[in-house]
Design a binder for this molecule. Structure first.
Ligand code: NAP
Ligand code: MG
Length: 398
């Protein structure tokens, strides 16, 4: 069989630990036998980030702007223990944070649904995609402990020196205060990323906040979404047969629990943090979540939602068998290859991505799976495979 060709490269960002091991197995067994892989390779493994003073991460993000599509392996975000373990020159920043800052994107996370791994919410039949705004609010807030009676105010000083003040509270005793912000440009990017992704995936878009209580802050989010929708997307949504609506966050939560799924739920930063953990655990497993960073200019970076699975890696180093779930990493590749195919008009490549996803899902539905899924499946007597065995079982079906 002739291998499928790729005219334009995708950006390949290799990573760390167990996911780096899976990365190679996936390429060897599931991709390279069928596709003449055309990638521009960036090694974001921690050693190489350290050698290049993290320049490699910046270069890989810039390459994503050039080629529009990237696929990323999970990477270590160093902490004090990693500084010692890898003898690092500096505590390098989170690669995901660096890439997100350069591409200015929104992260969309969606569960991969298979029969036999049932969601805890009975009505959920289709995936619920969470779009989390990744800038500002409580994540970039200033806080103060108020020790005793006194007046706390918000003060804005314009460039010409004029001050605007707003009383926060006239304290009669001790208390706490918090000042947070967001930037209209960032909210606009967030809105456009959400509208584009909804059109891309032909799903309805919901957005919710607490504008009834937060009449200036949350209301600005609501207004920006509505203005951009009316000016740029209303017609396109109508053509695609999808809808956008805004509702209060309480109402959204109630509707989500009664829904069938199959839509995108756009969330402010904090809501997205909390709700994505709720949605992913209710759907079953972090190892069954896809994650894609979409920039407002239309750049796409696909990854798995989980980390480098450090505990499994140490077992692997000791020569012990591992049963690490590679589904999210496989779907990162299929997401990137399908998008490449779509942008280049390469139908064969898009169909290959569909087939690989189907082979992966069929393998699990036939009862062959890794240990994490075997523990939660409703399929009786599943076959538990090791990391490589699972990938080989998919290859057989493919
Ligand atoms: P993790 O890698 O997500 O793993 C946490 C635990 O979840 C594992 O020990 C394992 O449980 C289970 N798990 C996660 N993915 C799995 C998979 N594919 N198959 C089977 N089980 C899986 O999180 P972590 O151990 O807290 O973090 C390790 C490193 O990943 C850290 O250095 C962190 O900085 C990095 N990280 C990177 C990203 C990213 O690049 N996107 C995201 C998060 C974390 P059991 O051990 O019980 O089997
Ligand atoms: Mg969280």
């Amino acid at each position: 069989m002739a291998k499928i060709k790729m005219n334009t490269p995708i950006v390949e960002m290799d990573g760390d630990e167990m996911t780096r091991i899976l990365w190679k197995m996936i390429k060897d067994n599931l991709l390279e036998p069928y596709v003449e892989l055309n990638t521009e390779y960036y090694d974001l493994g921690l050693e190489h980030r350290n050698e290049t003073n993290d320049q490699i991460t910046i270069d890989s993000a810039n390459a994503t702007k050039k080629y529009k599509v990237a696929v990323k392996c999970a990477t270590i975000t160093p902490n004090a223990a990693r500084m010692e373990e890898y003898n690092l020159k500096e505590m390098w920043k989170s690669p995901n944070g660096t890439i997100r800052a350069i591409l200015d994107g929104t992260v969309f996370r969606a569960p991969i649904i298979v029969k036999g791994i049932e969601p805890n919410v009975r009505s959920w039949k289709k995936p619920i995609t969470i779009a989390r705004h990744a800038y500002g609010d409580v994540y970039k807030a200033s806080e103060m402990k108020i020790p005793a009676a006194g007046k706390a105010e918000l003060v804005y000083t314009a460039e010409d020196g004029t001050e605007t003040r707003e009383l926060i509270h006239d304290f009669k005793g001790a208390g706490i205060i918090q000042g947070m912000h967001n930037i209209c440009g960032s909210i606009e990017s967030f809105a456009r990323s959400c509208f584009n992704y909804a059109l891309d995936t032909k799903q309805d878009l919901w957005f919710a906040s607490k504008d009834t209580i937060s009449k200036k802050y949350d209301h600005t989010f609501k207004d920006i979404f509505q203005d951009i929708f009316d000016a740029e997307y209303k017609e396109k949504f109508k053509e695609a047969g999808i809808v956008y609506f805004y509702t209060l966050i309480d109402d959204a939560v109630a509707r989500v629990m009664k829904s069938e799924g199959g839509y995108i739920w756009a969330c402010k930063n904090y809501d997205g943090d909390v709700m994505s953990d709720m949605v992913s655990s209710a759907f079953g497993s972090l190892a069954m979540m896809t994650s894609v960073l979409v920039s407002p200019e239309g750049f796409y970076e696909y990854e798995a939602a989980h980390g480098t699975v450090q505990r499994h890696y140490y077992k692997h180093l000791k020569g012990e068998e591992t049963s690490t779930n590679s589904v999210a990493t496989i779907f990162a590749w299929t997401g990137a290859l399908r998008k490449r195919g779509e942008l280049d008009g390469n139908k064969e490549l898009m169909e290959f991505a569909d087939r690989l996803e189907k082979a992966t899902i069929d393998t699990i539905e036939a009862g062959e799976m890794t240990k994490d899924l075997a523990l939660i499946t409703s399929i009786e007597n599943p076959t538990v495979l090791n990391s490589e065995g699972f990938i080989k079982a998919i290859a057989t079906r493919l």
